[in-house]
Design a protein around this ligand. Structure first.
Ligand code: HEM
Length: 537
């Protein structure tokens, strides 16, 4: 016994000998680097790898714009490459066709989502994951199915009165706040309210009744924006370097936002339960899920659907809406507005487009404007991450199950082997009889703004209807003009306009536009008719 107690001391003394200590320290550092540098998935043979230093991997080089850097790398390393980000191995797909092969051809294998430390462990541990952040399992399947049914084409058509109400309310408020076209305005808050209030009404039967300064609107938009930054695959080094998780206070901000989110999410669901108990509830998705005995979801799953609905459309719908408005205000945008108005008037010569767009989508140029907006502005530059549940072959390489895949949607949208002049904002590329011969109108998937394949966005029909209605109504109501002051001009490229290119979704820098009312009496009439139609909503 006595001998074994002395053994470690003897070893320590030996290692501290001056002629051994330097070798020992080098060996120790080498072993530490080897352990810290191990990746979740070992290097994949036959797939180009971005050279990178140990431990941090490519994180530093990817810098403050992962999507742009990865697109640049793809020119040198090929459309699909592997990169080490800290201790994770990531497959990046950066071109239109490579995304199609991996996300669509291999969709049944690429159906899961990886978990990331900041979002899954710190922000979401007790409140449940959203559908878009859930790995694939029976619960995710059931939640996705319930939400997808509530958002399918016929269901979305039945929600058009909500879109009628919310769109009218936003346009009316813009009209008043711009003093009927005299003052330039920043369109952001109006469309954040439009998107959030639509989601809340659909999901909880609860809308934002106040104006754009409403406290609940401001709290939810702020908290969801911060949480979406915690979800970003590019913004949180602690997701990739476990040592950083030990930093004291590193989780304080994430925990604060988790608490603030829980406060309003529980409030919304408790208010709905109370209305159901009182028999005063109006039809809504969560109410349906709570009342239908066929839908077997537990409380956390019901909460997860609500969270998905509230968070999913909140940054994405307004981002697309306001950046399209920004483009329309530019000199080239004036021509697009003119063409759009002519196309609308061709289909609706009797000034009834404002109402008829609720029940039909008959102006192909506006549909093309929606698609081009989704492509050009790429508001989710790196799509929500995926994980494969089976091995996937790419050329000679076999990508083992359990590997993380990042779709560089920005890279695919600006892929000049697929889109002609991708840097130009040109809705004509999505018109069947187009002068732009890149055939985008007829080549299946028009863009990857909604992702692709087995976990593609389930809110796409709703989002498309929101965008179509808002664009059409804005164009028939206003001439959208550049702001009077140069400092208010929007930046018209998808990264320059973004306050945080490494965020999950685009966070547009503030800007203003002018809104010259085309025909005041007509706009007043349309607003009045919408208000009459929706007064009992
Ligand atoms: C312009 C607006 C929108 C854009 C650009 C957008 C984009 C996306 C993208 C890129 C994904 C990931 C798809 C993939 O991995 O392939 C996604 C997933 C999702 N979206 Fe959307 N979205 C929008 C609006 C909405 C709305 C309004 C809702 C619901 C009210 C919604 C609900 C969802 C849900 C639940 C998922 C997760 C699907 C899953 O993981 O299975 N989205 N969205």
């Amino acid at each position: 016994m006595a001998q074994s107690t002395n053994e470690p001391q003897g070893l320590v003394q030996l290692l501290l000998q001056p002629h051994i200590l330097p070798f020992f320290l080098v060996a120790l550092i080498y072993a530490a680097v080897k352990i810290l540098d191990r990746t979740d998935v070992p290097k994949i043979k036959g797939l180009p790898e971005i050279p990178a230093p140990p431990i941090i991997g490519s994180l530093y080089e990817l810098g403050d714009n992962h999507a742009k850097k990865a697109a640049e790398w793809s020119k040198k390393y090929g459309p699909v490459f592997q990169a080490r980000l800290g201790n994770r191995r990531i497959i990046f797909a950066n071109t239109f066709d490579s995304v199609k092969s991996l996300w669509i051809t291999n969709q049944s294998a690429l159906i899961s989502r990886p978990t990331l430390h900041t979002f899954h462990t710190v922000v979401s541990s007790s409140e449940g994951f959203t559908i878009g952040t859930s790995p694939w399992d029976e619960s995710c399947k059931a939640r996705r199915k319930a939400a997808a049914t509530a958002l399918n084409r016929p269901a979305v058509q039945s929600y058009m009165p909500i879109i009628d109400y919310e769109c009218t309310k936003s346009i009316k408020e813009m009209l008043v706040n711009s003093e009927f076209g005299k003052k330039d305005i920043d369109p952001n808050a109006y469309f954040q309210r439009f998107a959030l209030s639509t989601s809340l009404t659909l999901n909880y039967g609860e809308r934002i009744d106040g104006n754009i300064n409403d406290a609940m609107l401001q709290e939810i938009t702020h908290v969801e924006r911060e949480i979406s930054n915690f979800r970003s695959t590019a913004n949180n080094w602690a997701d990739y370097i476990p040592l950083l998780r030990l930093k004291p206070g590193g989780n304080t901000k994430a925990l604060e936002y988790k608490k603030r989110r829980a406060t309003y999410m529980y409030k919304l669901i408790d208010m709905l339960k109370q209305r159901i108990a009182d028999g005063t509830d109006t039809p809504c998705i969560t109410g349906h899920v709570l009342k239908d005995p066929e839908v077997k979801l537990n409380d956390a799953e019901v909460m997860s659907i609500g969270l998905s609905m509230v968070s999913a459309g909140l940054d994405t719908v307004p981002g697309n809406l306001i950046m399209c408005i920004a483009y329309l205000a530019s000199p080239r945008g004036q021509d697009i507005q003119e063409q759009a108005l002519a196309e609308i008037n061709k289909v609706y010569p009797n000034n009834d487009a404002w109402e008829r767009c609720l029940s039909e989508e008959k102006v192909p140029y506006i549909t093309a404007l929606v698609k081009e907006t989704l492509r050009f502005w790429s508001v989710i530059p790196i799509c929500l991450p995926r994980e494969n549940i089976r091995d996937i072959k790419w050329g000679d390489a076999v990508i083992p199950k359990g590997t993380s895949f990042y779709m560089n949607a920005y890279g695919a949208h600006y892929d000049d082997t697929h889109f002609k002049a991708p840097w130009e904002f040109n809705p004509d590329r999505y018109m069947a009889d187009t002068s732009v011969d890149d055939a985008s109108a007829t080549r299946g998937t028009p863009h990857y703004a909604y992702g692709a394949g087995s976990r593609m966005c389930i809110g796409a029909h709703l989002a498309n209807r929101e965008l179509y209605t808002a664009f059409l109504r804005l164009i028939v109501s206003f001439e959208i003009l550049p702001p009077k002051e140069a400092k208010d001009r929007p930046i018209l490229n998808c990264f320059g306009c973004n306050q945080l290119p490494n965020g999950l979704t685009m966070d547009p820098k503030p800007f203003k536009v002018g809104l010259k009312v085309r025909d005041r009496a007509m706009v007043d009439k349309w607003i009045f008719e919408s208000e009459e139609r929706t007064k009992d909503n």
